[in-house]
Design a protein around this ligand. Structure first.
Ligand code: UN1
Length: 495
């Protein structure tokens, strides 16, 4: 298929109590590479639908929680198979709806499948813990139960992988779900729900509500929701968390990042410039784990910047469904306007535009949502630490750079953020790497690799103000999606 060829819009649907909803106001998703092009459309869920979905999830909960974990896992594994079989088609849909490249779109669909497979095997893992007792004839067990009905609110930037990494553990640990995806990427949400239904998920176990932010608010406010997992902006995440706290409901909120890459004097500059490029500009910088700050030690700064800029010269921006393209648009016009304003504010304060010229876009795309990969060199003065490009998450292809006098200052600069999701450090000296493990205040540290990326079997989440509540993925997910019972167990016969 040629990149410009349009197709009939796909059908968006909400799922309540096992039924695909056919009516409701209109919801439309468009292609950010050509905002006039409709990718998918369908009915939008209403506030009444939120209550119907929560009631359905509550009704489905007892039977699902008593279904053996191996059976629950088998549904996830079958759904993974469907996603793998359709990875090309779904990857293209993802690319058209969200704006990441075809390779990234397909890769994300396969990653969602990998996550479903990981949790699909949960039945083969330990179900709890057994402790010694200080009293004779007693054992102490820690068992786990589902928390109940989980509200799931997911962002636009990983329209299938992030939902999979919240919904798969929620389901395998025996919870039922009411899910509200970002309204910019509803098609991939429909596709994940379709795969799970096709895999045999019973009615009401997963309910999907397509629509705008008010639905998310209604889920968070609903008394029938027992726990809330959220990924998205810091502002919304804090609102979600405070509402949940007032209601006494546990919350897992994964929010902002302002992730630094630190290039030390002994780094392999070819490797470092490649990985910084990937970290900052893959997926158009729209990852909470993206590299948005670069700290490079003075001694190698010019040589490093030369290599980074040479790589940027070869970085092709255009229609993300064109196989040759490295970077597509940001997700929508509002986001593009906000990022442009942020770049402007930084330049007004004295940042030097080291890269970010006008784009040479093909005529097949509309420039509204395209932002050039942008590198801002901040002035060598303490006030640089207050620059918006240094402090605020732009969520776009923008990298703010500061030069550091030495390794110590580089680490201090890296820690100079209210966020602490991920970081990268580039060095060939294991002593510096070991120091960085101690000193960098982040939830995820990459030594000699880009700051983005996550594996399903290890904890994912940040330090400082990047997140609230238990971390995601791996065994960390179990902390959030189950509650423990400590059982003091003795035999029933005296003596
Ligand atoms: C990744 O780095 O591949 O919203 C995943 C986000 C993160 C996921 C990042 N929760 O971007």
């Amino acid at each position: 298929m040629s990149p410009t060829m349009t197709t009939t819009p796909a059908l968006l649907r909400s799922l309540i109590d096992g039924r695909w909803e056919e009516s409701g106001g209109e919801l439309v998703s468009t292609n950010p590479a050509r905002p006039d092009e409709v990718v998918a459309q369908g009915p939008r869920a209403s506030l009444e639908d939120v209550s119907r979905a929560v009631e359905a999830a509550r009704r489905a909960a007892p039977s699902w929680s008593h279904t053996p974990v191996h059976e629950r896992g088998a549904v996830l594994v079958r759904a993974a198979g469907h996603l793998e079989a359709d990875a090309d088609t779904l990857g293209r849909e993802l690319s058209r709806e969200e704006g990441k490249t075809l390779a990234e779109g397909r890769g994300e669909v396969l990653r969602a499948a990998q996550i479903l497979r990981y949790y699909g095997s949960e039945g083969d893992r330990s179900a709890g813990e057994l402790f010694h007792s200080p009293r004779p004839g007693e054992r102490i067990l820690v068992t786990r139960k589902p928390v109940g009905v989980v509200g799931v609110i997911t962002p636009f930037n990983f329209p299938i992988a992030i939902p999979a990494w919240k919904i798969a553990p929620a389901l395998v640990y025996g919870n039922t779900v009411v899910w509200k995806p970002a309204n910019t990427v509803p098609l991939l949400a429909t596709r994940l729900a379709e795969a799970l239904v096709e895999a045999g998920l019973p009615d009401g176990v997963l309910n999907l509500l397509q629509g705008t932010g008010e639905l998310g608010g209604a889920i968070v406010d609903h008394p029938g929701i027992d726990a809330i997992t959220f990924t998205g902006s810091t502002a919304v995440g804090r609102e979600v968390a405070s509402t949940a706290a007032l209601r006494g409901v546990p919350v897992q909120a994964e929010m902002g990042g302002k992730n630094a890459a630190v290039v030390l004097a002994d780094a392999d500059l070819d490797l470092a410039s490649e990985q910084v490029l990937f970290g900052a500009f893959r997926s158009t910088g729209q990852k909470c784990t993206a590299t948005s700050r670069l700290i490079v030690v003075d001694e190698v700064a010019d040589a490093f910047m030369e290599r980074l800029i040479a790589r940027l010269d070869a970085w092709i921006v255009g229609d993300p469904t064109d196989e040759n393209v490295h970077m597509g648009p940001v997700v929508g016009p509002q986001q593009a306007a906000r990022i442009r304003a942020g770049i402007g504010a930084s330049v007004d304060r004295g940042a030097r535009l080291a890269y970010g010229t006008d784009l040479d876009l093909p005529p097949t795309v509309d420039p509204t949502c395209f932002i050039a990969p942008t590198v801002l060199e901040l002035p060598d003065e303490p006030a640089a630490g207050a620059d918006p490009a240094w402090r605020e998450e732009f969520f776009g292809p923008v990298l703010a750079v500061r030069r550091a006098r030495n390794t110590g200052e580089a680490v201090d600069f890296a820690n100079d953020s209210e966020f602490g999701l991920s970081a990268s450090i580039f060095t060939q000296d294991v002593s510096y790497a070991l120091d960085a493990m101690e000193q960098l205040k982040v939830g995820i540290l990459h030594v000699n690799s880009e700051s983005a990326g996550a594996d399903p079997h290890v904890p994912f989440g940040g330090a400082k103000k990047s997140g609230l509540g238990p971390k995601e993925q791996g065994t960390a997910a179990r902390e959030f999606f189950t509650s423990t019972t400590t059982v003091y167990l003795r035999g029933g016969r005296r003596g």
